[in-house]
Ligand binder design. Structure first.
Ligand code: KIV
Length: 278
């Protein structure tokens, strides 16, 4: 009977995703889908496709601006991207990365940056990378009523400290610290945590220990949800091939074919034809 009830339980319909919906999803065992977007047109498609959280990630620094790291992107640029995304979105929760340099110096500065994002883009929440070293900044932002998503494990804004993008927290000491940080983030009021590139057993442990949703990227499938960078999962990027990445399309080649054909058609005079003009 119990099994029958569990199986027949209808999936809840969420008209609008809030931080509360995400907690409900974790409680109900419903996985959370999260994907990046950085502009209006893409965010429109991501939103109607049913993604729960749209992340305006500082990965825009890589996939939009072509930088090697996420460090150069500015607060103004993040606000510009987020403003386009928010104009498109009707259902998803929109989370925006606080970029490198906009929150590390002190809690007051961190709050100022978070307020600019919320006020100037109209987004719903912010994400910050790090654990105990940014605890006071996170507390200050949450106290102002701004929802915060944490980000632990591989934190790309600290790439020059790590020196490499390999899997984090394989050693016991770092794994212990990561668990402590996750518990701390929950305690001070974060509504969710992104766990990037850590062993799946560790991610599973963290997911069990905290009541808030844990969203993984390269963290296995025993977490509450998954996030990917949209350019990677659509196959627009060719060089980036981590084990955790599943490509759902091969847009690099498809776009290349389409654009080459267009170029040939223009040069041959085939485009526009008689029906494609006034
Ligand atoms: O900036 C980003 O896209 C991210 C995800 C990889 C989680 O932080």
């Amino acid at each position: 009977m119990l099994i029958y009830l569990r199986m027949s339980k209808a999936k809840k319909e969420y008209k609008r995703i809030t931080v509360k919906s995400l907690l409900d999803m974790k409680m109900d065992g419903e996985k959370i889908s999260m994907l990046t977007a950085y502009d209006f047109t893409t965010a429109t498609i991501v939103d109607i496709s049913g993604i729960d959280i749209i992340l305006v990630g500082d990965s825009a620094s890589n996939v939009i601006a072509g930088h090697e790291t996420t460090l150069p992107i500015t607060l103004d640029q993040m606000i510009y991207h987020a403003s386009g995304v928010i104009r498109a979105v009707k259902r998803a929760l929109v989370v925006v990365d606080l970029p490198f340099g906009s929150y590390q110096s002190d809690p007051k500065g961190a709050l100022k940056s978070a307020i600019r994002i919320m006020k100037e883009s109209g987004s719903h929440a912010v994400k910050l990378e790090g654990g105990k070293e940014i605890k006071d900044s996170i507390k200050r932002i949450i106290k102002a009523g701004i929802p915060v998503m944490g980000h632990l494990g591989l934190t790309p804004q600290s790439i020059y400290k790590f020196g490499t993008y390999t899997v984090r927290a394989k050693e016991e000491e770092e794994a212990k610290q990561l668990i402590e940080d996750a518990i701390m983030l929950e305690k001070i009021g974060c509504f969710a945590i992104v766990l990037e590139k850590v062993p799946s057993d560790l991610a599973a442990k963290v997911t069990k220990k905290v009541k808030i949703p844990v969203i993984g990227i390269g963290a296995g499938n025993k977490v509450d949800g998954q996030v990917l960078v949209i350019h990677d999962m659509l196959g627009m990027t060719k060089e980036f091939n981590p084990r955790f990445l599943r490509r759902y399309m091969n847009l690099y080649d498809d776009m290349n074919k389409a654009i080459s054909k267009y170029s040939k058609d223009v040069k041959s005079g085939n485009f526009p034809n008689s029906k494609e003009q006034y």
